[in-house]
Write a protein that binds this ligand. Structure first.
Ligand code: GAL
Length: 644
């Protein structure tokens, strides 16, 4: 398409058919270019086993086409109809404590269910046969938010699939025993048949079993995608395929899923009440661009104002939706879509905002909808343009899963740690890519590894090679502690990177709240770079061959290294053994002299600057007017100007 995608989920099945004409007129007024159709239409498309009713959808697609609106056509497989579940209860997923979930909400199926796959496959083929060459169809939208509600399924059918997955991975049960460390707690298995998914158990389950079940479950969802995509590619090889991701979504390793879609798309719902929301949204946009290898992506869902699923659902203040939509475009999106076009009159989402609210056209939200459509039309020349970053942050689902397992030195949040580093780069208007630890890093001057706990041998060597080749690598605590079987990298952690950093880690010593008397986690003091207070983590670092840039002060860590650096050739390896409150100074020191180019030379509080193509996007996320780069930015306002 030579226009940006703009529109939303369109659910005409919730309305009498006469509303359809009005929808198209209002969509035209709003500058809608694409509608996502059919996401939850299975029960209407196939009201009884094998009886397909396409007439209504024919009308919808024809009407949209006549109105010049393209269609992102869903395969409608996200919610099996009640008749299917009644006839085949085996499609229902089972929780880790053995509860079989019921019909009556949505997405009630196991990704491993052969029955589900058979029925879904038949539906997808019928839809592809009927609409694959319909002139309105722009793309296929496989399923919807795979894994959204049912992250993992612990049914017997999943257990069998898990065993097959393990057999393919390990080849023999001896290899599995070795990898899982089953000598511990008498867990040794005599055959694959004895292995279970990590169902509810008396206490800590085997860590590698947990990790492998996370990997398996992510792959099971990928199999659901593949089964549909295979049919679509066979019937309509020319139509691009996507499935909508959910940003930093723990259950699915999006690196593997992204490798199989034609373009990445994402659903992102900011919490308007959270001051960190714009930064987290920016970080998510950067992840999406990175998942697609830099190709443009689509923001597939966002809300025009409030959602309905938080405890209290703040409305978006005027301007916020526009600024965050432009943010997505600035960070590589070729379109911004919303959930949904017309606000529902019934059902669990009737209080969720939409492009056309309950009250109708004469509303703030619809006026903003129309204005955004106009503005996006004026940015059509950006379609297809790419961005390039010189700074990367490692992001790794194995590390996420491992770091947040139970039985660790301290409960940590992987994404919160990543966000702290990202925020410092965002403030400086530096574009950030995310990368896998074993990815080619040669495009980057600076790579940050926050809590990248799991490093395979290949990843350790990759990072060591990055520094040897002249790169700046910054590792935070809990990086390189475990290999990809979750076995400890013995002898001071870090594996092959021990020489790169010139340190060994002798002992973890995170500050912790006293368990009997309670109370907050105490702060640590540090002297030197990033001096002041520090939180969350402390440890005993031993120097082999590195400079000490900061030390802990007081307590059992008094005088021990908190931040170190080892330079070699043109490269340098920084190790940050805590979370300094003044991370800004640390990042300044890391970036000093690095070949990186911010979109604006200096941070301006609350202002985000990004360059894409020939445009400079300046976004004011505060409720104050701000002057930046010679522009007056109204509160929650944005200016898009020719870049240079
Ligand atoms: C998404 C989903 C949509 C809608 C939306 C509400 O999870 O894909 O269908 O439910 O959330 O925020």
């Amino acid at each position: 398409m030579d226009r940006l995608w703009y529109g939303g989920d369109y659910n005409p099945e919730q309305w009498p058919s006469e509303v359809g004409e009005e929808d198209v007129h209002l969509m035209q007024r709003a500058g809608v270019t694409v509608a996502t159709v059919g996401v939850f239409s299975w029960a209407k498309l196939e009201p009884a086993d094998g009886r397909f009713e396409f007439g209504w959808l024919d009308d919808v697609l024809d009407r949209l086409h006549a109105g010049g609106i393209r269609v992102d056509l869903a395969t409608a497989t996200a919610s099996p109809p009640p008749w299917l579940v009644l006839a085949h209860p085996d499609v229902l997923p089972v929780t880790e404590d053995g509860v079989r979930l019921s019909v009556g909400s949505r997405q009630h199926y196991s990704p491993s269910s052969a029955t589900y796959r058979r029925y879904a496959g038949r539906l997808v083929r019928a839809i592809a046969d009927r609409y694959g060459s319909h002139p309105a169809v722009e793309a296929w939208h496989v399923n919807n938010e795979l894994g959204c509600h049912v992250h993992r399924d612990y049914s017997d059918e999943s257990a069998a699939a898990f065993r097959r997955w393990l057999e393919a991975r390990y080849g023999s049960v001896d290899a599995l025993n070795e990898a899982w460390g089953t000598a511990f707690w008498a867990q040794a298995y005599g055959s694959f048949e004895e292995v279970m998914p990590p169902r509810t158990a008396p206490t800590f389950r085997n860590p590698t079993q947990l990790l492998d079940f996370d990997r398996f479950s992510s792959d099971a969802w990928l199999e659901v995608y593949r089964a549909e995509a295979r049919i679509l590619r066979e019937v309509t090889p020319g139509v691009p395929i996507t499935t909508n991701f959910m940003g930093f979504f723990k259950p699915i390793d999006y690196w593997s899923h992204a490798a199989e879609v034609d373009f990445v798309s994402d659903d992102h719902y900011v919490d308007p009440a959270d001051p960190a929301a714009p930064v987290f949204a920016a970080m998510t946009r950067d992840l999406m661009r990175s998942l697609g290898g830099g190709r443009p992506w689509i923001l597939m869902e966002q809300s025009t104002s409030a959602v309905n699923w938080r405890r209290r659902n703040a409305a978006k203040p005027p301007g916020m939706h526009r600024a965050l939509s432009l943010q997505a475009v600035a960070r590589g999106a070729d379109g911004v879509m919303q959930f949904q076009w017309r606000q529902s009159a019934a059902g669990a989402e009737k209080f969720h905002s939409a492009m056309l609210p309950h009250v109708g056209e004469d509303s703030r939200v619809f006026r903003e909808t129309v204005a955004l459509g106009e503005e996006l039309a004026s940015l059509a020349d950006l379609v297809g343009t790419r961005l390039s970053a010189r700074v990367a942050i490692l992001f790794d689902w194995d590390s996420w899963w491992a770091l947040e397992q139970p039985a660790t030195p301290a409960e940590l949040s992987y994404v919160a740690i990543v966000l702290r580093w990202y925020t410092e780069l965002w403030r400086r208007h530096l574009l950030v890519d995310f990368a896998k630890p074993d990815a080619d890093l040669s495009a980057y001057a600076v790579v940050v590894a926050p809590a990248t706990q799991v490093l395979s041998t290949a990843a350790q060597e990759n990072l060591a090679g990055f520094v040897a080749g002249g790169g700046r690598l910054v590792a935070g605590y809990q990086t390189g502690v475990l290999d990809d079987r979750l076995h400890v990298l013995l002898g001071g952690y870090l594996g092959a990177l021990r020489e790169t950093f010139g340190i060994r880690i002798e002992e973890f010593a995170p500050p912790a709240e006293p368990s009997l008397s309670g109370g907050p986690v105490p702060a640590l003091a540090i002297h030197g770079l990033g001096g002041g207070t520090a939180r969350e983590w402390g440890e005993i670092v031993r120097i082999d061959d590195a400079e000490v840039l900061a030390t802990f002060a007081g307590g059992m860590l008094d005088g021990l290294p908190a931040i170190t650096r080892r330079r070699s050739g043109g490269g340098s390896a920084w190790y940050v053994a805590t979370a300094p409150d003044d991370l800004a100074s640390v990042v300044d020191a890391v970036l000093d002299g690095a070949e990186v180019e911010p979109a604006l030379p200096h941070p301006v509080d609350g202002v985000e600057a990004v360059r894409r193509g020939n445009r400079l996007f300046l976004l004011n996320h505060t409720d104050q007017e701000i002057q930046a780069a010679g522009h007056r930015l109204p509160s929650r306002g944005a200016v898009v100007s020719p870049g240079d």
